[in-house]
Design a protein around this ligand. Structure first.
Ligand code: 3SL
Length: 249
């Protein structure tokens, strides 16, 4: 089993994802929001790059057919139905409603990795579910941390590191080939594992501090919950949907 890791959107040539099982990780907050929406009955999430793309797509297929959600600078975009706080995506709001979604980094990661063999959604919320799925794959694994505007985000690295740690335990350390970035993620996670709740680590990250400054520290508490949702989500033909194991390894 070979595992690589990208620290941020834009860091790798997109061809590096080809043929691999990619996990897009944006703990704060795109991955956490997508997983929550799906868990609460949203049938599909369509990631798009820009707010203009979201409006154009909604107009094309009927504005009343979709919710439009996402953020810029952490805040809801004017004209959108929802921002990027996962707890906005409750059953009452999203059940049965398709979602068009754009965020600064996370949504773009799905588009950048579009030619991968398979693209999954990873966050602390579903870390065990993703890890157990990955244990069964024969493909190379690529943990794609969304980061922040081209730079590493510690929250994503820790989540990727936790997945790698799970895999290394399950598969026997010697048969797991880790690239240097992947090993860095594992070491970072092992350094903080057992030091208390994940939310504490999230409050110390750059982006966690930024969200707190916007009054969004509740999102850190939510996104720091390990294994809250046993959800496996996969990008299929441009839409992120709940994955059945069919089509996987
Ligand atoms: O960059 C992103 O994709 C967002 O998840 C960032 S934020 O937490 O909504 O600011």
């Amino acid at each position: 089993m070979r595992i690589d890791l990208a620290f941020a959107v834009g860091e790798r040539d997109p061809s590096e994802f080809d043929g691999k099982t990619v996990v897009v990780i944006d703990v704060l907050r795109a991955s956490s929001t997508i997983l929550t929406a799906l868990a609460n009955g949203c049938p599909e999430v369509i990631p798009v790059a820009e707010p203009g793309d979201a409006f154009a797509l909604a107009e094309k297929y009927g504005r009343d057919q979709f919710l439009i959600g996402g953020e810029r600078k952490g805040l809801k975009i004017p004209g959108f139905d929802l921002g990027n706080s996962p707890e906005e995506y409750s059953k009452e709001v999203v059940a049965g409603k398709k979602l068009i979604f754009t965020t600064t980094n996370g949504a773009k990661a799905f588009l950048e990795a579009a030619n991968a063999a398979e693209i999954l959604v990873g966050a602390f919320l579903n870390v065990s579910r993703v890890s157990s799925y990955l244990k069964k794959t024969d493909r190379e694994i690529f943990l794609f941390c969304a980061g922040k505007e081209g730079r590493m985000g510690l929250e994503d690295l820790l989540c990727a590191g936790m997945i790698i740690d799970n895999l290394a335990f399950a598969v026997k350390d010697e048969s797991v080939e880790l690239t240097d970035p992947a090993r860095t993620g594992m070491f970072a996670y092992r350094q903080i594992a057992g030091m208390g709740q994940m939310v504490v680590a999230l409050t110390q990250t750059d982006h966690g501090r930024y969200l707190s400054s916007l009054g969004l520290s509740g999102d850190l508490r939510y996104c720091g919950q390990v294994d809250l949702l046993s959800v496996l989500a996969r990008l299929e033909e441009g839409r992120i949907v709940m994955a059945t194991e069919v089509g996987g390894p």
